[in-house]
Write a protein that binds this ligand. Structure first.
Ligand code: SF4
Ligand code: SF4
Length: 372
């Protein structure tokens, strides 16, 4: 047994001590490989990458203008817990929610890791730019800290929609910006969601650690495997009701409780994520199956352009003027450009069967990039 294998064995042993069996862990890695579009046999490659990560890749996790929901989502995930994998198997050097150290001690750890370089930088929360006092972390305006920390990072991962696209804070007064609007000289991977689903992050990190490259991304810089390849509406269990024009209008009416949620605000037709294929909380459920319309929480339009969340897409389109995006992807329009015209032209009939047009107008979905 060589040292490399020893490290792998040690990592698996640590998981076993936390109640995650070797079999469960390897099964998780194999399933992650399949989700990422790799052959099943790549599962062991991912497992080795996870073990190797102990030695190789420190992680700095910064939290800016957000609610800490993304950290909570990660930490409350189930077996085999991404929390175990990230906290036990990867060298998480800095995360203000979970670290014991504070004050000078934590700043020292951060500075030392930045100096060493070659770490992964994970950023949660948006970056306020209207006034540096809106978010100060470790005594430093958050934007300054992000720029300083990104300098020596191997790659940057924006977790949660606040960090990926501005999210809820962007609807306020702080001039909230996404990570890719601030960091433009390195690959940025977006793992959006409000909060994000833990396996999206773990799978992406394992891919990066295995192949030392950013996975294929969609047009909104999200891993294709989890986002751009999957439209919520296309495989929705309620889609037959959509096609028959049967829409839930009253949650208290048991006769229509399983009908399509479009008219109570479902953004599924313009939302791209694998939520309805790989359910949340270790496969327990997801929004639409629990009776809630998809809020489109992984989309760049969330929250401002999808609010109020219970408003149907066509109503939003009628009221919204399209907004130019200011992001580094340059020129992509947010909002529902073109939909207003469609509604004005009496396109209510196209509601059934016309969702492909909605998807095209949302200008998202399948992408191309390998390097962000
Ligand atoms: S509009 Fe929403 S609830 Fe209705 S079929 Fe599409 S995704 Fe499902
Ligand atoms: S179903 Fe929609 S709102 Fe729910 S988590 Fe997935 S993308 Fe977000």
């Amino acid at each position: 047994m060589n040292n490399y294998t020893d490290e792998k064995e040690l990592s698996i042993l640590k998981l076993e001590m936390r109640g995650v069996s070797r079999r469960t862990f390897l099964k998780f890695c194999a399933a992650t490989a399949v989700l990422l579009g790799l052959e099943n046999s790549y599962g062991s490659v991912l497992a080795e990458a996870a073990a190797e990560a102990v030695k190789k890749k420190p992680i700095i996790w910064l939290q800016g203008q957000g609610c800490t929901g993304c950290s909570c989502s990660l930490l409350s995930s189930l077996n085999p817990g991404p929390a175990e994998i990230l906290l036990d198997m990867v060298s998480m050097r800095f995360n203000t929610t979970v670290m014991n150290a504070a004050g000078y001690l934590s700043v020292d750890v951060l500075d030392k890791t930045v100096k060493e370089g070659n770490y992964l930088l994970v950023i949660e929360g948006s970056i306020p730019t209207a006034d540096p006092r809106y978010c100060v972390v470790e005594g430093m305006p958050f934007e300054e800290l992000v720029v300083k920390t990104a300098k020596n990072a191997a790659a940057v991962v924006a977790v949660g929609t606040c960090s990926a696209y501005g999210g809820i804070p962007k609807a306020g007064i702080t001039g909230a910006k996404s990570v890719s609007e601030i960091i433009t000289d390195k690959p940025v991977i977006n793992i959006p969601g409000c909060p994000f689903k833990p396996d999206w992050l773990v799978g992406t990190l394992l891919y990066y650690l295995s192949f030392n490259e950013v996975p294929p991304l969609d047009n909104d810089k999200r891993p294709l495997a989890y986002f751009g390849n999957h439209n919520i509406h296309d495989t929705c269990p309620r889609v037959s009701y959509f096609e028959k024009g049967q829409f839930l209008m009253d949650w208290n009416d048991p006769a229509t409780v399983n009908w399509c949620l479009f008219k109570v605000g479902c953004k599924g037709p313009v939302t791209f994520s694998d939520c309805n294929r790989n359910w949340w909380n270790d496969g327990v459920n997801y929004c639409i199956r629990a009776g809630s319309p998809c809020a489109g929480c992984v989309q760049p339009q969330f929250y401002e352009n999808f609010a109020p969340l219970y408003a149907p897409l066509f109503d939003l389109a009628a009221k919204e003027e399209p907004k130019e995006a200011t992001g580094s992807d340059g020129g992509r329009k947010e909002g529902f450009d073109g939909l207003s015209v469609a509604v004005g032209a009496g396109m209510t009939a196209a509601l059934v069967g016309g969702y492909k047009a909605l998807q095209a107008l949302s200008k998202t979905g399948k992408g191309e990039t390998k390097d962000g």
